[in-house]
Unconditional design. Sequence first.
Length: 312
Amino acid sequence: MDVSIVVPLFNEDESLPELCSWIESVATTHQLSYEVILVDDGSTDDSWKVIEEIHQHNNRFRGIKFQRNYGKSAALNEGFKAAQGDVVITMDADMQDSPDEIPELRRMIVEEGYDMVSGWKKKRYDNTFTKNIPSKIYNAAARKSSGIMLHDFNCGLKSYKRKVVKSIEVFGEMHRYIPILAKWAGFRKIGEKVVEHRPRKYGVTKFGWNRFVNGFLDLATIMFLGKFGKRPMQFFGLLGTVFFLIGFIASIYLVIAKFTVADFALTNRPSFYIALTTMIIGMQLFLTGFIAELVARNASERNAYLVEKKLD
C-alpha cells in the first residue's frame, strides 16, 4: 500500500464529508493505493455516524472510536498502530490542511529518502495572540533544545516512513514534538515543506491558552526522557552530589570558624541552616536517582532497542 492517511478528529461532523471526498479525489487522480484511518477522539456530535456512512461508501476509509476524549496524541498513537502503508501521512480534520499536499509529501519520503517531512504553514490564518505568538515561542525553544531546524513543530500535516511511526510512542501531549521523538529513536533525516494553511471553514479551534504552559512542560519532559530515560542516576546523582558538596563545604567552613573566631554564634547564622538544607536536598536528589534507577531497571522495556539491520 502506497500511503496511510491518519486523521485525528474531535467534533468534526461538518467537515468530514468534504475532507474525505477531497482525499479520495487526490488519491484517485494520482493513482495511489491508500487507506484513511479516521480516529474519533470521543466526539459528542455525529462524527462517528458520518465515519460509518463514509466507510459504507468506500471501505478504504476506516474508523477508530475512543469511548471518551483522550487527546490528539492518543489518537495519533492508535492511528500509527493501525497504519499499513509504506508512507504514513497525518493531517487535521478541520479542513485547514489541504489534501493536495499528500502526493508531494509522499514523494519526498519515497524519492528523496527523508525519514519524515514536517509541514510549515508559512502563511497562517490563526488569531495572532492565541496561536501564532505561543507557536513561535515553542518552535524557537524546540529548535534550540533539540537541534532540529524546523519552523513549525506542531503542524498537523506530516509524512513518515512506516518504520518511524512503528518505532515511536506518542503519549500525553507529545504530538507537538514528534520530530524530536523521531530523532531520539534514531531517525535523523527530517525535512520540511511549506504547505497551504487554509482559513477555518467549519467548527471552532480546540486549542486555548493552556497549551502555552503545557507546551514547555512537554518539551522539558521529552528532552529529559530522551537523554536520561534509561540512566536517571546520571542526572539526579550528579545534581545531588553538587548540592551535597556545596552544603558540606559550607558547613565545614562554618564549624571551623566556630572554633577559631571569637564570639562566632554558629546557630544564629542563616548560612548554617542554608548549608544544612543544601546537604539535605543533595541527599534527597541522590536517593531519587537510586529510586529512578530501580524503576528503570525493572521496567518491561528496559532493554528494548531499535535494531535497524542485522546479519546472522
